[in-house]
Design a protein around this ligand. Sequence first.
Ligand code: DGT
Ligand code: CA
Ligand code: CA
Length: 575
Amino acid sequence: MWFLTIIFMINSELSSIFEDLADMEDIEENHWESIAYRKVAKSISMLTGDVLDLYHEKKLRNIEGVGSAIEKKIIEYIETGKISKYEILKEKYNIDFQSLRKIQGLGPKRIALLHLTLGIKNLDDLGAAIDSDRISKVPGFGTKSQEALKKAIEFYKSTGAGRIPLATCYDDIQKFFDKINSGGKFTELQIAGSARRMKDTVGDIDILSSSTIPEEAAKYFLGLEEIKHVIASGDTKISVILSLGLNCDLRIIDHKSFGAGLQYFTGSKEHNIRLRDIAISKGMKLNEYGLFKGEKVIASETEHGIYKELGLQWVPPELRENMGEVEAALENSLPELVDYDLIRGDFHTHTDATDGHSTFRQMVDAAIKLDYKFIAITEHSKSLKIAHGLDEKKFMARNREIEKFNEKKSSLRVLKGVELEILKDGSLDLSKGLLQEMDVVIGAIHQSVNDDIRNNTTRFVRAIESGLLTTIAHPTGRLLGTREPYHIDFDTVFQACKDNNVAVEINGFPTRSDLPYDLVKKAKSYKVNFTLGSDAHGTEQLKYLRFATAIARRGWLESKDVLNADLQFSKKFGK
Ligand code: DGT
Ligand code: CA
Ligand code: CA
């Protein structure tokens, strides 16, 4: 990963506020202000450090485009959580710029025009205006752009609009959860939905609770400062928008049906439908209140009870996608998933020698602190110029540094690695001699990718057959929300990996999450090995390894499939 900056919550909040401000100033016809805000929005979004750090160091002015007026606004936001100018304009316009901006063909000028002429404020308004043929009549639009907008909305909705990578909000969700819990108002509290299933992206957060004082508990929840807006508040369900930019559904249910509720609201919907069918086939009824035979409650208090009474093994949440887990659970043959705690090392990291921002020593120290047994430092290779890829000479120097560290017999072993460019014709970016010296060679395709499936597949296969790769990196090349996966024949690639003893990477970097879990399951059927990597470009990103592990579990992997798992690593590296 080389073109993504790190995601800091406050940076992304500020950047989208300034972008909104720019859009609103455009409508107000204050074009100079608009240009200034847009510039700052962009420079904040590209920062590699946290705005909060710059604030503490009194260096906000170092951000490109920040003068005294904008500096004041940033300080106001950090200290009060609000920017008064923004609040005033928002009141006036109340436009969902963030969604509208994501529609291809809608820039700030056109959003402003549609607002001024048709009063369009959000995607629903836009859809309705298209359906009633009003857009085509706006000067500058026409039937053709109306059609194009209709398609663009469909695309936006189908590619998972508004979904957030779980890895970028996981810590905040945990903190929010702990805060709810710390109030002492709830008897039971559990995260459900896609976040419990550890899906790579989440649409909203579902929290399930029970309480002996439900009204007081609801009031406490609604008073939490993390809640930005209340969408709906009923006796059993409260829906809110959190300041971290996610919706959250809190359900307060009866203690007696907590297990059934947890099962139901964990989903997935497809998994639940299968369970409901099984219940029906056994003459029972399953819903969020329990498993029933006629009026009689067969199970409801615990989730395990529900599965047991249906004649199934308890299914780990990560597997609940109707991908064969129901059949396996009926036959008592679910896999023994690789455990999060067994992953004690990272196969994919970068430092400031290329496009990372932590030093070698900082990365190594952080790995020791995490009690890792190994870390592979896998810098980019020379032809990835944008990431300052290293040539043979620089890799040799790095290798000597690693050897020196390993001589000290620390609890951590550092592996000599490279994220190696697979060139256009499938040849490799560094000399054979150097590659043979490496512990970890992750072959990656970053550049000159075309739409030709045969071309891309052959490119991978040639590299795999070189005998010099240990792993292929983020195989689909997808970037969540911005880039479609490459066209690749994965049956051929996985077979080649198996034949040449090349592992397949699961990259846990939030916007990559690559391989996706369904392809992991497919790769497993070829009996390949897997390596998990965070693709961290700084110490604070090492935590993404957990999300690579989540994908591994969602792809049915067991310890024996994963080279990071203790036992496998020892076998390979004799430690
Ligand atoms: P998300 O929020 O899009 O990332 O995905 P989920 O799975 O968290 O979906 P969400 O929040 O709409 O609903 C939470 C769970 O509630 C879902 O996984 C299963 C259950 N559920 C919701 N609607 C239905 C439904 O119509 N039928 C069934 N069987 N279950 C449902
Ligand atoms: Ca959800
Ligand atoms: Ca929900």
